[in-house]
Design a binder for this molecule. Structure first.
Ligand SMILES: [Zn+2]
Length: 89
């Protein structure tokens, strides 16, 4: 049984998938798109998931808030992403 490597956290882009519904989508289509925000944290599962492995993903503050409205914060470790302070702007 070949192990597929888990997707590593993307530190440049939030990995949340946002389900969008277009107002006039006939047939009830909804699309998933990846969030465009810059992530500030990596969320790591405390226990292995159904596949027996511990998952992690990078999230921006907004998606983190959304996630913890639906999932129990106690099951995850939230690690802040360290990045160099951007100069200017
Ligand atoms: Zn996001």
């Amino acid at each position: 049984m070949a192990e597929k490597p888990l997707t590593p956290p993307d530190l440049e882009r939030c990995q949340a998938l946002i389900i969008t519904r277009t107002p006039f989508a006939l047939g009830g289509t909804h699309r998933k798109r990846q969030c465009d925000e810059v992530p500030t944290v990596v969320v790591i599962e405390k226990r292995p998931g159904a596949d027996g492995r511990i998952g992690s993903m990078s999230l921006c503050p907004r998606c983190l808030e959304e996630m913890f409205k639906k999932l129990d914060k106690a099951n995850f470790t939230v690690a802040k992403i360290k990045r160099k302070a951007s100069v200017g702007s």
